[in-house]
Design a protein. Sequence first.
Length: 516
Amino acid sequence: MTHSPPDHQPAQIPTVTTTATGLAALQLRLREDLERLDLPAEDWLRRPAGDPMLDVAIVGGGQAGLAAAAALQLAGVARVRVFDRAPAGQEGPWVTHARMEVLRSPKHLAGPALGLPSLTFRAWYEAQYGRAGWDALGRIPRRQWQDYLNWYRTVLELPVTHRTRIEGITGTTLPDGSPGVAFQAWPEGQAEDQRGAQPQRLLARHLVLATGMDGLGGPAIPELVDGLPRARWQHTSEHIDFSAWRGKRVALIGGGDSALDAAATAAEAGAAQVDVFVRDADFSRINHWKAYTHPGHVHGFLALTPEQRQPLLDFLKAQKVPPAQDTVRRVARQPAIRLHFSSPVTALTVAADQALVLRTPHGAFSADHLVLATGYALDLAARPELTVLAPHIRFWSDRQPPLAAGFALDGFPDLEPDYALREKTPGACPALGRVHLFTAAALLSLGKLTGDIPGISHGAERLARGIVARLYAADRERQFQAVRDYDELEVQGDEWAASRVTHSLSHGTPPSEISR
């Protein structure tokens, strides 16, 4: 396997001299760890003869989808299949539309390792660069994180089908009479009217949506751009060729990490001027979310009542997340970048000379191209794979009595403890109990255990335990029959001489008198 070199080195990293040997040795150690733990568990599900269904289908092969697949695999769920629209090695944002130099999470976090030291990024890194290289490393280079995830997928032999999009998720009745999930798997880039192509229709007992930041909606696009030619603006979630704007003026709307990362990338690509328009008066200074990652929150948040958890979420929402220090320093190194605080963009027009004109409370500014760093919107109706299910999903805003005003509830599904969707009207769509939402939209229901590196293992293990419990309950009759049919002899009957055994007791003979 080839690994791309670090794109940011806070300190000098030793030259790799024994990469193949180091990774081979690590892979052997991982296998030994799994063997000592008797993992993965054997396939325990008792399927009907000729059963073709997947146990679990996972939509999304990025960090969350891989962690979910690995946790299920370790728990003995054998028929798991992951689907991702991207080519291998381009799942998730890391080498596509993420533009930071290094990750924002500290390097020591275990990430998706699922309690296995040999599966951590640190083990992978030290196998190539040694302990000295690890000690010299500041934060993890973004592209190296993708390299690590590629290795993670390979070393665990996770079954990922690439270049495939999933649409048309519906409920169905499985051959055993239980509710399940049906869906269509399209080879990416094909449509129904192209050369008579047809999707593959697949069935699964459970389906996991691990579709990332935009997995329950899409980019949040302000109405300001409605009148602009589409070629004049892009969202940070898109691929942007910043080299096309060398010597030009680029404007960005937004004040978070994605805005600053894009601004730095534009300046580094040779943009003559980069203007960043921020609504707030300044950047926040403290990231209070970092205090939200210890085991107390991980395991205790779910036990809180909605009324108890809302003040915490209200506070976190109000504080805003500051940009990462590495990102701010990167921006500060670029003289072409100008930051405009307290500058919401109130109007966008195209001038006679074809320049874009952005109006703010402090005046008008011109640009050749516009980039929106405006985040994502939760909007189930925008997801083609959920068209059938969306009207039946229960949201936090549907709870009665409603929660007091505070943290915005719109768009957040009200999930079961195993991430399963709930029905708005009980009995109207039983298949929702087989669809699990493993994205950041689970925040209100289960806490911050899905999209970020700090909690991803905890979230994946909780998801796997919940699905295992449901699979077992649905399979209980066959499981009970398997217990009844179990016939491995524990005692053979020939362990002692027959002459030394009394098979019946005479009246009143105490057990102590039985011949030995």
